[in-house]
Write a protein that binds this ligand. Sequence first.
Ligand SMILES: [Zn+2]
Length: 239
Amino acid sequence: MKEQLLLLVELQECDSQLVKILGKKKTLPDKIDKLDEAFRIFQKEIEQNKRKYDEVKIRHVECENKIKKINEGMIKTKERLLEVKNNKEYQAMLKENETAEVTRGDVETAIITILDELEKLSVLVKKDQAILDEQRKKYEEEKRLIEADLDSIDTDFVSWEQKRMELKGKVPADLLVRYERIKKSNNGVGVISVWKAICNGCHMNIPPQLYNELQKTSELIACPNCHRIMYYENRERTA
Ligand SMILES: [Zn+2]
C-alpha cells in the first residue's frame, strides 16, 4: 500500500479508537449501575423465603414466650389455691387453670405448625442461598471486568491520542485537510477498506474498472458513492 494511504489508514484507526474510548467512558458507568440494580432486584426477589423464615422465627419466639407466661400464671394459681377460703373461689381458680391449659394446648399446636414451616423454609432458603452465591459470583466477575475496562480507558486514550498526533505530523497538510473533511461528513470515517468490490463504509458496489485500478494504482481513489478514501483489503489473506 502506498505510504500516504497507509498513514491515513493508521490515522483512521486512531480516530476510530478514540471515538470508541470516549463512548465507553460515557456508557460503562451506566452499565455498572444497571448491573448493580439488576443484582439488587435479583437478591431482593430470591431472599423472599429468607424474609418469611425470619418472620416465622419471630412468631416462634413469641409463642414460646406465651407458653412461658402461661406456665408462670399456672404456678401462681396453684400457689393461690393453697390460700383459698371458700368453694366458690376454689371453683373459679380451677376454671382459670383449665382455661390456661387449653390456651397452652393451642399455642403448642401452633408451635408444631411453625416448626414444620421453619423446616420447609430452611430447605428453600439453603437452595436460594446457593443460587444467590452463584449469581453474586457472576455479577462480581462482570463488574470487575467493566471496572478494569474503565480503569484502562484513560491510559488507552492518552496512548491513542499520542499516536494520532505523531501520524498527523507525517501526513501532508493538504491530504490531512481532505481526510478530516471527508471524515466529518461521513460519521467519523474518512478512509475505508474495500473487499470484493464493496465499499465497507456505504456497502455499495465499486465499478469493476475502478476496483481494478484501486488494486494497482498508487493514487488515492474515493468511493463514488460516499466519497471516502478507499483502500483495497484482501480479507482472505488477513483472516
Ligand atoms: Zn462508499
